[in-house]
Design a protein around this ligand. Structure first.
Ligand SMILES: *Cc1c(COP(=O)(O)O)cnc(C)c1O
Length: 414
């Protein structure tokens, strides 16, 4: 028997639609949030994406620092197949086996003891914010304010947009969630001055990713840790972009020799599957029943994928590959620095960026895409490179061949 909606499905069958029809349908049915290029991505393998016209793209964006194992890796396929055939969803009210195994793995490889799982980075940061406020109400006489940094990025929920120090968002979706104070990044005096009786935490990225790849200085981080200890407030590090091998170490805090009180993970943790986590110390296991949760917290498919992805990062020592290939990219960038008037080269591992002398980031991104290369421009002066952690030297050479060809056409230094 045909269901009532069966005819609606016609045209979406095996043969599929033409790209033009797909784009027209997208225009009609997909809510506008951002201007997207006139292509439809259909499949991915390793460092490459392919669109519905069969054109391939060498991907140095990696789904926004997400597909750390490359596109459609076997380990994710196998984990999903196996788990889908065993248990898709019990209920957030029950423990399940992959959830327990994955929480153990994450605490084994980090300086944290306990994990809360969620589905997106913003949701993990919401959890971190709630936990910090819980600490404030329990241990600091009701303190709830959280100090964050200008030019940071923490997500797109109302609270995480309020926490994010992005100028363009200053008056968006008002009223803002109260209780966030932004201070300049790498300015310890500003942080010290901002702390008062109502402060419960300081929250920052150790490398500002969306902000254009800016590194926290060693002294700054050491002093922040000291400040938090003195005041009894929590240090929250947002490692959603920097975590799990991206910066050449398993976690960015390892570069600084500090331990944080709360860390959030996202992006690479699921290798493309929606997954995030909040990690904390046993002494901040403060939520009471009903304070925090989520339908998909500890969802078995997500847990199985996370376990498979993180195990693969460890097994293949992809943090070391990120360090090695990142150094190679940095060296190649230094070679072409003068020729193209590059103003700044920054980053660690495979979270890298360079600044142009002119605001032509968008133009370069579009021209590279024409040539079959995906790069990212977080602001008009900056190009960011965040390829999968499995990237090889040959793929980097190919990337530079295309990038230099495009820059030859678009950058003219006298
Ligand atoms: C991407 C990102 C987020 C937001 O993650 P979503 O999964 O988009 O909600 C938060 N913090 C940092 C540092 C990020 O890079």
């Amino acid at each position: 028997m045909r269901g009532k909606g069966a005819e609606i499905m016609e045209g979406w069958g095996e043969a599929g639609m033409e790209t033009g029809q797909l784009l027209a349908a997208a225009e009609r049915h997909v809510l506008f949030t951002t201007k997207r290029p006139e292509v439809v991505m259909e499949r991915g393998e390793g460092l490459y994406l392919q669109d519905t016209e069969g054109k391939s793209y060498l991907d140095f964006v990696g789904g926004w620092a997400v597909v750390c194992l490359g596109h459609s890796p076997d380990v994710i396929k196998r984990a999903l197949e196996e788990q889908a055939g065993t248990l898709v969803n019990a209920s957030p009210a029950f423990y399940n086996k992959p959830m327990i195994a994955f929480a153990k793995l994450l605490t084994d490889i980090s300086t944290f003891d306990k994990v809360f799982f969620a589905s997106s980075g913003a949701e993990a940061n919401e959890g971190a914010i709630k936990l910090a406020r819980k600490h404030g109400s329990r241990n600091l006489g009701g303190a709830y304010e959280i100090i964050t940094t200008r030019n940071g990025f923490h997500g797109r929920t109302l609270a995480t947009m309020s926490a994010t120090g992005k100028e363009q968002w200053e008056h968006l979706y008002e009223p803002k969630v109260p209780g966030f104070i932004q201070v300049p990044y790498n300015d310890i005096e500003a942080a010290k001055q901002a702390v008062h009786a109502n402060t419960c935490a300081i929250m920052l990225e150790l490398i500002q990713g969306e902000g254009g790849v800016h590194l926290a200085e060693m002294d700054y981080v050491t002093e922040l840790r000291k400040l938090c200890d003195e005041k009894g407030i929590l240090l929250i590090i947002d490692e959603i972009q920097t975590g799990l091998g991206r910066t050449g170490k398993m976690f960015a805090y390892e570069h600084y020799g500090i331990e944080a009180d709360i860390m959030t993970l996202g992006k690479g943790i699921g290798g493309g599957f929606p997954l995030s986590a909040v990690l904390t110390k046993a002494k901040y296991d403060l939520f009471e029943a009903g304070d925090q949760g989520g339908t998909y917290s500890g969802q078995p498919l997500a847990m199985a994928v996370g376990q498979a992805v993180v195990s693969e990062i460890i097994r293949k020592n992809l943090a070391a590959n990120a360090a090695e290939q990142g150094n190679y990219i940095l060296a190649r960038l230094r070679e072409i620095r003068e020729k193209y008037g590059i103003q700044r080269i920054a980053g660690k591992g495979l979270l890298l960026a360079f600044d142009l002398a002119q605001p032509i980031g968008r133009e370069l991104v579009n021209a590279c895409m024409e040539e079959g290369l995906l790069i990212n421009s977080p602001n008009p002066y900056t190009i960011r490179l965040i390829p999968p952690l499995i990237v090889t030297r040959e793929q980097i050479d190919t990337m530079f061949r295309i990038l230099c060809k495009v820059m030859d056409q678009h950058i003219h230094i006298d």
